[in-house]
Unconditional design. Sequence first.
Length: 421
Amino acid sequence: MPLLILLMLLAAGAAGAESATPSLHIGVNYGANADNLPSPTSVATFLATKTTIDRVKLFDANPTFISAFAGTPISLAVSLPNSALPALADKATGLDAARSWIRANLSPYVPATNVTLLLAGNEILLSTDTNLILSLLPAMRRLAQALKAEGLTGVRVTTPHYLGILAPSDGIPSNASFRAGYNTKLFPAMLQFHRDTGSPFMVNPYPYFSYRPETLNYALFRPNSGIYDPATKLNYTSMLDAQMDAIYTAMKKLGYGDVDIAVGEAGWPTQAEPGQIGVGVQEARDFNEGMIRVCSSGKGTPLMPNRTFETYLFSLFDENQKPGPIAERHFGLFNPDFTPVYDLGLLRDGAVQITDGALLHLASSPFRGIQYRKACICSASAALMLWCACGLGPRIKGRKQPLAGCLFGCLAKVNHVEERA
Ligand SMILES: *[C@@H]1O[C@H](CO)[C@@H](O)[C@H](O)[C@H]1NC(C)=O
Ligand SMILES: *[C@@H]1O[C@H](CO)[C@@H](O)[C@H](O)[C@H]1NC(C)=O
Ligand SMILES: *[C@@H]1O[C@H](CO)[C@@H](O)[C@H](O)[C@H]1NC(C)=O
Ligand SMILES: *[C@@H]1O[C@H](CO)[C@@H](O)[C@H](O)[C@H]1NC(C)=O
């Protein structure tokens, strides 16, 4: 009997989780600095058919990747390399250079692939190269002009910024402003460009790079005593909220509170240096769940209630060839075989109608890689009717059974269902 009750609780839990996370639309960064990843076409098919991910951001303009998304409902953000920008900024030749780049790199693939954003480099303001920094806004303007001239009117231009564009402060959002210099010389003109062209101001907020052991709960959306902003009388219990509102405050102080904000990257790694506190699968899940709630669910932030932000999770896969600290190689949401590293509710068909004999692909990570002969799948669909399944490995055959037929335990959650041919 206790087992039966446990089964019912688990089934009810699955149902509750499903209704709490309706299919949220969200983007993902697709970096491929790795030697173990599936082909771009299989990635595109997987994302389009098995997940609720509807936008993908690339760090380059690789034609194989862009064309892989042709004919899918997934829209793309495509990036120019940083090194391309100075040539586009040139007053005399920049527009022609921008048009050539677009003719070579976008025109052949659009509109078959729905490219909606063109990103001028990545985190340019982190650079120490003054010439590169000075070329950023002129290059963005030339790209927007060139897109118009080439007839690609559905593509908007922006550039992702690291959070170091904000002046150092005490973490109270109302105190935020852009760094001195940028605050007067760059951002007013750039925000005017965004307003004129209807493109979003894109930031990469990373609580991961700002947390300390004492602020871990604040960074991970876990219960914490919060930070009080006396100027707005608002209480912040998440660092991401505070970072987003800091950006908004800096924009508003310049008179551009109306410009949309997009989140180019944010994420949390599942591995880091040995002994680093606050990194793991549970931490990554907590952060990303919280971030999706803030950015995509319509909840918004204390200063931007009910707003949604075009958001790209970082990242689709672990990238085993990425240089730098261990964490850099461990931000992935999916394994190369498309099983989730942890469940974020981004998969379609979490537990849906299946016909007897359909193949169930199991998702729950505790059981990934284990050879099991029998599993009982918690189905959130048909009231407390569980799916019993028998088989080996992560793909097993399903059969609908009443609760009593599943007494050997509720072992796994369905990732997706492959109907029998
Ligand atoms: C392209 O993607 C955008 C954003 O997801 C969407 O609003 C638009 O309808 C798409 N366009 C086409 C032609 O599918
Ligand atoms: C902020 O919220 C937290 C969590 O709800 C609460 O513990 C704290 O007392 C609040 N602080 C203020 C100043 O309202
Ligand atoms: C932050 O704002 C508060 C008032 O809201 C002010 O007292 C404080 O000096 C500010 N701190 C900084 C570093 O600007
Ligand atoms: C946000 O949505 C809630 C719930 O729908 C509503 O009560 C509130 O007035 C909205 N706030 C704003 C600023 O639109």
